[in-house]
Write a protein that binds this ligand. Structure first.
Ligand code: 6PG
Length: 467
């Protein structure tokens, strides 16, 4: 049978996605920029009994020729220079109505630019956010589609069968045109950063502060995972904490250098948030924590100069659970506020309930809470005020006092909580009808004659300091 889609790029993610498609009965053609990965792919397809569904093409031109029109060509290669290079090569080979799909983690600005570039040739460009790592790509990822309706119509019969399932629902949706899918994936990753950092901060409090062993912390997290905090990230943290170092004694985590890597999506989320007039402080905190982690020599020098001792931590594990839950709602709320701001800016009409539903399975931030979030949006809560949804009233009633006790205890004892404390800073700012910006406005007017609005609405835009 004719291949339904071509997959270009047979690295970890591309090959997993291709095998997933073949397993779901979709005939595919595959290729790669270098032959080694094509050669490595063939025995894997054989081992899985999928060779009948796979056509291998030696290069991009052969891959394009193997596809029926209108063509669907999915690239799983770095969404930076390599994709631009590939587009430059492939555009002349394609025909009007064909679709190229970038399934990598692209900056959505690039996706928008590439969509315009392809449209000039009568071609469609899809930015497809794919989450779930290699296992997800192979068994069922969560996918965030941004592109033309016509491309969605062609791709839906391929993407739905390979997607993760929540109940019967496939975790893939067309979220909007051009960069919408990649933008949603970027914010997904920002939330991922914040959630990971929050869990790391909590682990530090449990281990360093309460003196629990890694194994004991794993028990605590596993218990939390059975409740409202149920999520992939809590689950895997419990799991990694149970591993012993095969090359030494003690837990594996203690043998890992405390310098976090980052490829950029969390940082992009923070940048876009600020550009859109938002501020996702929990995501910014997580990006900052990763950046600071890489400055180990400076941390060592500062610790040597000023001391690195931490005081006894007076905190209850139950408070940590409740605090983490409240902070997680705030973290999602910040994420959806960015999505809403971008939706307005780029005229995407994002469906926030559909986004939450797409994240319920297959992706890294899948969490029980996403069901309540989707329901809250279905029930009409505004996208910028998720924390006011009735479903979360009890979470905050218990969780905010707990978060306050946790942050206070940690600050007193000298434990850094860049993300958990950011949650509280946001919360305490947003619950105050009267804030501190009157002083900022007075300062601005004083030094720059910038003017201000008065509380009583009187038409007097400058302070007496200018009289
Ligand atoms: C996912 C992940 C995935 C990848 C990130 C990690 O949703 O499957 O987010 O896309 O693991 O790129 O990003 P960092 O390397 O920046 O942590």
């Amino acid at each position: 049978a004719d291949p339904k889609i071509g997959v270009y790029g047979l690295g970890t993610m591309g090959s997993a996605l291709a095998l997933n498609m073949a397993e779901k009965g979709i005939d595919i053609a595959v290729s790669n920029v270098t032959p080694d990965l094509i050669e490595a792919f063939v025995p894997r397809a054989e081992a899985d009994g999928l060779t009948d569904r796979v056509t291998t093409a030696p290069d991009l031109a052969a891959l394009v020729q193997a596809l029926p029109r209108p063509r669907l060509l999915l690239a799983m290669i770095p969404s930076t220079g390599p994709i631009d290079e590939m587009l430059g090569q492939v555009i002349p080979m394609l025909d009007e109505g064909d679709t190229v799909i970038d399934a990598g983690n692209a900056d959505f600005h690039d996706t928008r630019r590439r969509a315009v570039q392809l449209a000039e040739h009568g071609l469609n460009f899809v930015g497809l956010g794919v989450s779930g790592g290699e296992a997800g790509a192979r068994k069922g990822p969560s996918m965030m589609f941004g592109g033309a309706q016509a491309s969605w119509d062609g791709l839906k019969p391929i993407l739905e069968p390979i997607a993760a399932r929540f109940g019967d629902a496939p975790c893939v949706a067309r979220l909007g045109p051009d960069g919408a899918g990649h933008f949603v994936k970027t914010v997904h990753n920002g939330i991922e950063y914040a959630d990971m950092q929050m869990i790391a901060e909590t682990t530090d409090l449990l281990r360093g502060g309460l003196g629990m062993s890694a194994e004991k912390v794993a028990d605590v997290l596993e218990h939390w995972n059975d409740g409202a905090l149920g999520s992939y990230l809590v689950e895997i943290t419990a799991e990694v904490l149970r591993y012993a170092d095969p090359h030494g004694s003690g837990p594996m985590v203690d043998a890992i250098l405390d310098k976090a890597g980052q490829k950029g999506t969390g940082r992009w989320t923070a940048i876009e948030a600020v550009t859109l007039g938002q501020s996702a402080t929990m995501i910014e905190g997580a990006v900052a924590a990763r950046a600071w982690s890489s400055e180990k020599p400076l941390r060592e020098a500062t610790g040597a100069a000023f001391g690195s001792a931490r005081l006894n931590l007076a905190v209850e594990p139950d408070d940590l659970e409740a605090a983490l839950l409240a902070a997680r709602v705030i973290e999602y709320a910040q994420g959806f506020r960015i999505l809403e701001a971008a939706s307005k800016e780029y005229d995407w009409s994002l469906d926030h309930a559909a986004i939450a539903e797409t994240w319920r399975a297959g992706c890294i931030i899948r969490a029980k809470m996403l069901g309540d979030i989707a329901t809250a949006f279905h029930e009409g809560i505004a996208a910028d005020r998720l924390f006011l949804a009735p479903a979360f009233a009890d979470v905050f009633a218990v969780g905010i006092p707990a978060l306050r006790r946790v942050v206070a205890a940690a600050v007193t004892a000298g434990y850094p909580l860049p993300v958990l404390s950011a949650a509280l800073g946001f919360w305490d700012t947003m619950r105050q009808p009267s804030g501190t910006a009157n002083v900022i406005q007075a300062q601005r007017d004083f030094f720059g004659y910038h003017g201000f609005d008065r509380v009583d609405g009187k038409d007097a835009r400058h302070g007496p300091w200018w009289d």
